[in-house]
Design a binder for this molecule. Structure first.
Ligand code: SF4
Length: 457
């Protein structure tokens, strides 16, 4: 009973968050930056911030995360970090030779008021950025938003690269949002099956799920290249997956280079994937490929066969808004009841969207944006559930309440495989369903009396 002090009585809290359902902005910025080929993320703040961000990403992706820091000490905290960043840019290009340095700020540098565009300009004037190399920057004050906001801000900063020429490239930009590297691979596979040539940015596939080859590469082979990022301005259109993660960058690109954008939910589950595939098909002006029709049929078959086990099962879910919205829709498709829904990221439109998704259902939903896991736990004490879906931090609640627990989202610190097995698309839907069913049926096998303990389910 690690969380035995969590009371059932829910009281309104404004000034304190307990067991947050989010982490800090620069972690998202660092993850996004790793999706550019040859990029070194740079944390403009103290070493402690950078260590925390790197270690969280390393623990989730089980890969070494390279990043540099402006190493603020007392002097920089008082006088500002310009001198540290200028020196850092010089050292990094000299020693590590990245193509790009992607700088994000931290609470400290934001509070001091360091101006990244001005510092970059000074670095250019002083010749510290070699020819053909780049420095981009994103503001990521962690006392606002969440890791999702930081991710979105860094993706938006990538739009700086875009150039508009007189020649269209015939490609579609896909901004996948914060999904696993294997999910990005799956989105590219589905686009290819529809006959669409894409530029995905950011793209961490081949970076954070790269194979062991015995050879260390400071900059792995994967990631969106600078040439691709420049070319995004000549694309036919942009598909942004996730309002919170991707929409800002897509709209900025539209404004800058007149590349029209469509914002969709992340393609988790049957219906969100249907909308994604339908949009791809419409853009390409083709019918849906036989392979995707086949995969869809498999997912529909399994969810129909297994409906008896998922029907009316209650679920509590916490995670990032774009993930949770798509998952809530999928759970409803499965006949399940997502009764408690929390995201740590602020935004009232999240609550509105969840209420819309659940409005015609025969259950009431508790939903909170900028909520925390303490509140989710309290709700579960008042209305118990059959399944908890959350990142690793949910394990304490699952243990205390003895509830089956699906680890999904970021971060997952105590299991493997999430970077290799996609959960987007129809195939990903099958995997999600298989995992949910496994948890529910394992619990049934554990709890059934011997008279009801069946070989065949
Ligand atoms: S000080 Fe701010 S940026 Fe640094 S780790 Fe803490 S929350 Fe994140």
């Amino acid at each position: 009973m690690l969380l035995r002090h969590t009371p059932e009585e829910v009281m309104e809290r404004k000034a304190v968050s307990i067991n947050p359902a989010k982490t800090c902005q620069p972690i998202g910025a660092m993850y996004a930056a790793l999706g550019i080929h040859g990029c070194l993320p740079h944390s403009h703040g103290s070493q402690g911030c950078c260590s925390y961000h790197r270690s969280t990403l390393t623990r989730h992706y089980k890969e070494p995360i390279s990043a540099s820091t402006s190493s603020f000490t007392e002097g920089a905290s008082v006088f500002g970090g310009q001198a540290n960043l200028l020196q850092g840019i010089n050292n990094i290009f000299t020693v590590y030779e990245p193509d790009v340095i992607a700088v994000h700020t931290t609470c400290l540098s934001e509070t001091i008021g360091d101006d990244l565009p001005q510092i970059r300009k000074k670095a250019e004037q002083e010749g510290k950025i070699p020819e053909g190399k780049y420095v981009i920057g994103a503001p990521t004050p962690s006392y606002q938003g969440s890791h999702v906001t930081g991710f979105s801000n860094m993706v938006k900063a990538m739009v700086d690269f875009s150039e508009k020429t007189d020649t269209k490239n015939g490609k579609i930009n896909i901004i996948p949002g914060w999904v696993e590297p294997c999910d990005m691979e799956e989105i590219k596979r589905m686009s290819k099956l529809t006959g669409i040539d894409t530029i995905m940015f950011p793209d961490t596939s081949g970076v954070l799920n790269a194979p062991m080859t015995g050879e260390y590469k400071m900059f792995p082979d994967g990631g969106t290249t600078i040439e691709e990022l420049k070319s995004t301005g000549d694309s036919t259109g942009t598909l942004a997956l996730g309002e919170w993660c991707s929409a800002d960058a897509a709209r900025t690109l539209d404004k800058k280079c007149k590349v029209p954008c469509t914002v969709l939910d992340m393609p988790f589950g049957l219906q969100a994937t249907d909308r994604f595939v339908d949009t791809l098909r419409t853009i390409a002006g083709v019918s849906v490929s036989d392979e995707l029709v086949y995969e869809r049929g498999q997912l529909v078959d399994m969810l129909t066969d297994m409906h008896q086990w998922t029907y009316k099962k209650k679920v509590a879910i916490a995670g990032d808004p774009d993930h949770v919205i798509a998952m809530v829709e999928f759970l409803i498709t499965l006949g399940m009841q997502p009764v408690h829904v929390v995201t740590g990221t602020p935004g009232k439109k999240f609550e509105k969207r969840i209420k819309e998704l659940t409005k015609d259902q025969d259950f009431e939903v508790n939903v909170k944006a900028k909520g925390d896991l303490f509140l989710l736990h309290q709700w579960m004490k008042n209305e118990p559930v059959d399944l908890l879906i959350c990142n690793t931090y949910g394990k304490y609640i699952a243990r205390d309440e003895d509830v089956p627990f699906l680890r999904w989202g970021f971060p997952i610190l105590d299991r493997q495989g999430h970077q290799y097995f996609p959960t987007v698309g129809y195939k990903g839907g099958l995997r999600l369903l298989e995992r949910i069913l496994g948890l529910l049926l394992d619990r049934k096998d554990r709890d059934d009396p011997e008279m009801k303990f069946e070989l065949v389910l």
